[in-house]
Design a protein around this ligand. Structure first.
Ligand code: NAD
Length: 386
């Protein structure tokens, strides 16, 4: 696809306006549509301010020229000349299906239709179209202009040739594309679940407080943010809902079980930073948060969360969700992990990681702690992943 191709974006919220910005900065004319007029106005004002700032910093030559590449639309009819449409509306399957059906009536027969969904099945969205073979997932990360990773997700109906077209285009846009099988949470939102879930479990069991767990993960693990600070940052309305959706989509596999602690925060409206309160109270200073520095507690927390994360990465590889290289890229570029989890496993030793999981399995007798057969094989054969 060349720069002359016109790109359509459905939904002008946080993700849609970010994706539209990326496409325009890569040289395309962009049609940005929303069914809410005030959302379009907000996007226009936001993009204009962003381009102005980029011009002041000398990163672009003309904010006005970039803004001229946009058509702000309140009807899907404006998509008629587009070669690719990326949908970023509310995360509801029935709404997405109906919008895809509507847009398909307007666009040309070879226009590619993509969804930015975080957790819904691309195959079921494609099934709502008369030409399901032109539908795929293009999953950007927030904020889209800054995060390099894009997960490309073919539905089971997608024409294989479209994957290459999408990969080439994302590279032209300066992105790092990875290919993921159409399974719940794709790569990042599947593998990252224990970062939150296991941390909450350790806290609920009274092993350590949130301050301790966050400190261990950042100081020992080298992660930029601890799980509780990160959940508060993402917002429990988003993070809890992804966890619950992934849990249901995996037929209630206990590995992905949501927690009552986080559900209660959501019910109380304590959504995290944006409401001033979540796991942390942002009216208090960080110094008020308890933490212990007991070295054995710290090692136990780190080993337990890391073993669960590695197990998810290894199991995703085992089940063909993505390649070794794409799993490593996804976790280091999509959620900024300090190291790829498969490389981390190699350095730690598959046998050591397995010993932690088998110890947990022994202690709890829960399927949640079952080790991937591939981890077991690598431990037995002393093999490396990377
Ligand atoms: N926010 C994130 O961190 C993130 C990251 C990756 C993917 N996603 C996914 O991207 C999508 C959008 O998320 P967001 O955070 O940008 O949401 P948002 O609420 O900021 O924006 C959604 C926009 O879609 C519009 N909209 C809703 N229904 C519509 C319809 N029927 N037709 C046209 N426009 C409609 C709304 O008016 C709103 O402007 C979701 O599928 C979400 O799962 C979000």
């Amino acid at each position: 696809m060349t720069k002359e191709a016109q790109i359509g974006v459905i939904g002008s919220g946080a993700m849609g306006s970010g994706i539209a910005q990326v496409a325009a900065m890569a040289g395309h004319n962009v049609v940005l549509y929303d069914n809410n007029v005030s959302a379009i106005e907000k996007a226009k004002t936001g993009l204009s301010a962003t381009f102005q700032k980029l011009q002041e910093k000398g990163k672009i030559t003309s904010a006005a020229d970039l803004l001229n590449r946009f058509t702000f639309a309140d009807t899907t009819q404006s998509f008629a000349g587009c070669s690719l449409i990326i949908e970023a509306i509310v995360e509801k399957l029935e709404v997405k299906k109906s919008v895809f059906g509507e847009v398909e009536q307007v666009v040309s027969s070879d226009c590619i239709l993509a969804s930015n969904t975080s957790s819904l099945s691309i195959t079921s969205i494609a099934a709502a179209c008369t030409k399901p073979e032109r539908v795929m997932g293009l999953h950007f990360f927030n904020p889209a202009p800054l995060m390099a990773l894009v997960e490309i997700i073919p539905a089971i109906q997608t024409t294989p040739g479209l994957i290459t077209i999408a990969r080439d285009l994302m590279q032209q846009w300066g992105k790092l594309p990875v290919i993921a099988k159409d399974t719940p949470g794709f790569i990042v939102n599947r593998i990252a679940r224990p970062f939150y879930g296991e941390a909450i479990r350790i806290y609920e069991e009274g092993i350590a407080g949130i301050g301790t767990i966050d400190k261990v993960i950042t100081e020992t693990g080298g992660f930029r943010m601890g799980p509780f600070a990160l959940m508060d940052y993402i917002g429990h309305d988003v993070n809890y809902v992804v966890t619950e959706t992934v849990f249901q989509a995996f037929f209630y596999d206990p590995r992905y079980k949501p927690s009552f602690s986080q559900k209660r925060l959501l019910e109380a409206g304590w959504l995290g930073r944006k409401t001033g309160k979540g796991f942390y109270n942002y009216a208090q200073s960080a110094a008020d948060t308890d933490y212990t520095t007991d070295i054995n507690t710290g090692r136990g927390i780190m080993d337990r969360i890391l073993a669960m994360l590695i197990n998810e990465a290894v199991d995703a590889l085992y089940l063909g969700v993505a390649t070794v290289a794409d799993i490593e890229t996804a976790m280091t570029k999509g959620v900024n992990y300090p190291k790829g989890l498969l490389q981390w496993c190699d350095e730690w030793g598959a046998a050591n990681c397995l010993a932690v999981l088998d110890g947990l399995y022994e202690e709890y007798h829960e399927d949640r702690y079952r080790a991937s057969p591939l981890l077991r094989k690598h431990a037995a054969g002393n093999k490396k992943f990377v």
